[in-house]
Write a protein that binds this ligand. Structure first.
Ligand code: AQP
Length: 329
């Protein structure tokens, strides 16, 4: 492998949202030309929140189909399922032993997600360590993820540096690759929290796969404000979020959008935004069904990905075991 490595993954923890698309998925395919890419369905992360087993199985194949529909090519990239490559869990455990508890407790996602569950399991706290293992296993240089994952990537870099200085140079230090606009897409119903596939309110998220009418209705119902003027300002977080969505799916910058809609009411703006979103998602929506129906092809893709990913992961884990003092078997 002479090209640099790109690594990313998405959890099969529900229906993927426009946030997942703009923050991650839509940026994956163009990287395939320049880098050696690994794209993972991170099912072991999903179980940090309770899952219904048959839904998890279904959602894993849904994510795989979306990867393919978004243009990921199994001949160019390694596309695989995390639980098939046991080295993720092995490296995750080893990295846990050099991770400080305080650093994990300070993670924003941990704080947010632990508020939403009755009982906080250790898996939720340790999630970023498994994520670090995912990335470090493959000597990754770049990680294309949304802005919301920056803190986890910082932890990954800290762990890699800590391991390298304690046991000698082992891991490549990865860098985050955020989308051009870089915005976190917020909930349509509460612009102070991010659009998230586990949000219970269906109106809060646009799903990549849903009826065009449902998409348009959700945008129509999106929470705005009483100012009545289209501004790109923190004082108007609902409108700002809609402008970010518009800009991410068009060639217009937020400032150009503000100019275009000067003196125009929210109703018209929302209607035109709905058209931009529906048009932007149409290509992936059209291709998705074809892949999702073809179970044999999906199986061939993930089996081949497993083989190629396992080979690379084993090389790293063997090196790490040796450096930490385990007797080779
Ligand atoms: N709202 C968002 N804006 C921009 N990017 C986003 N991502 C997620 N939400 C937004 C990006 O999507 C990728 C996959 O995320 P994930 O499935 O691994 O987990 P997540 O970040 O926790 O995403 P969700 O939708 O909020 O899932 P749940 O509800 O299961 O926790 C990442 O690259 C992320 O940056």
């Amino acid at each position: 492998m002479d090209k640099k490595i790109v690594y990313s993954g998405i959890q099969p923890s529900g229906k993927l949202t426009l946030g997942n698309y703009l923050g991650a998925l839509s940026n994956f395919s163009e990287l395939q030309e320049e880098y050696n890419c690994l794209y993972c369905i991170v099912d072991m992360h999903s179980i940090t929140i309770p899952q219904v087993p048959q839904e998890l199985r279904k959602a894993s194949l849904d994510v795989l189909s979306l990867y393919l529909a978004a243009g990921l090519d199994p001949k160019k990239s390694i596309i695989y399922i995390q639980s098939h490559v046991h080295q993720h869990v092995e490296l995750g455990w080893l990295l846990n032993t050099i991770t400080s508890l305080g650093q994990l407790e300070r993670m924003t996602q941990f704080k947010d997600k632990s508020k939403k569950v009755k009982e906080v399991d250790a898996g939720l706290l340790n999630y970023p360590v498994l994520m670090a293992a995912d990335i470090l296993l493959y000597q990754t240089s770049y990680v294309p993820v949304g802005e919301d994952q920056r803190q986890h990537l910082e932890l990954t870099r800290d762990l890699a540096q800590r391991f390298n200085s304690r046991y000698s140079e082992t891991f490549t230090i990865p860098e985050i690759l955020t989308p051009k606009l870089g915005a976190k897409i917020m909930s349509l119903q509460d612009p102070s929290s991010k659009m998230s596939k586990s949000d219970k309110d269906e109106n809060a998220s646009i799903f990549i796969i849903e009826d065009e009418k449902a998409t348009a209705n959700k945008i129509k119902r999106a929470v705005t404000d009483s100012v009545g003027i289209i501004n790109y300002s923190d004082e108007q977080p609902g409108i700002k979020n809609l402008i970010n969505i518009y800009s991410s799916l068009s060639s217009l910058s937020p400032q150009e959008i503000v100019k275009k809609y000067e003196g125009v009411g929210y109703g018209v703006f929302k209607e035109e935004l709905a058209q931009v979103v529906v048009d932007g998602l149409r290509p992936i929506r059209n291709k998705y069904e074809e892949y999702r129906k073809d179970k044999d092809y999906l199986e061939r893709v993930y089996r081949d990905g497993d083989e190629r990913a396992s080979y690379l992961a084993e090389k790293t884990v063997r090196k790490v075991f040796k450096k930490m003092g385990f007797i080779p078997k």
